[in-house]
Design a protein around this ligand. Structure first.
Ligand code: FES
Length: 158
């Protein structure tokens, strides 16, 4: 049995690994997805527990976690801000939007009460180039945004 880590709930992990996916290695990706949905990233103690439950080497599970870009091995904020820095958005001022977003987020990060509220992930293209500059927050697309609108937009995401 692994050492107890306060950040993971082993009963909850059992309900994902054993009850939901019958501890079947074939379901590894879906189990990782469910763990990430719960924690917003893949905590290492959860991967170690998964490795034990599936009798699979930790390195193999870790390797799957690093291979797919949808998985994160680092803690992420409650809201994922994907700033498009592709060519079309770049020429329409994407870099300025990025700087503004980072400045606003830095201010909110100073308030420890808020916890990890945002994670910024620059992306190369979101697929709606004619609407640039584009920023995706979680599943919402914000198009043709200006630096002045950034603060108001971010305020909507707790
Ligand atoms: S370059 Fe930004 S959406 Fe395509």
């Amino acid at each position: 049995m692994n050492a107890i880590h306060p950040e993971v709930d082993y009963r909850e992990l059992d309900s994902i690994i054993v009850e939901q996916y019958r501890a079947d290695r074939e379901n590894l990706i879906m189990m990782l997805q469910a763990i990430q949905n719960r924690y917003n990233y893949l905590p290492r103690p959860a991967l170690a527990y998964l490795s034990e439950k599936l009798a699979m080497p930790f390195s193999k599970i870790f390797g799957v976690g690093t291979f797919y870009s949808t998985f994160s091995l680092e803690p992420r904020g409650r809201n994922i801000v994907s700033i498009c820095l592709g060519t079309a958005c770049h020429v329409r001022g994407g870099e300025r939007i990025k700087e503004r977003i980072e400045a606003v987020i830095e201010n909110t990060a100073a308030d420890a009460q808020q916890g990890l509220r945002f994670s910024v992930e620059p992306v190369r293209c979101i697929g709606c180039c004619s609407l640039g500059p584009v920023v995706k927050i979680n599943e919402d697309i914000h198009s043709r945004i200006t630096a002045d609108e950034v603060e108001t937009i971010l305020e909507k995401y707790e």
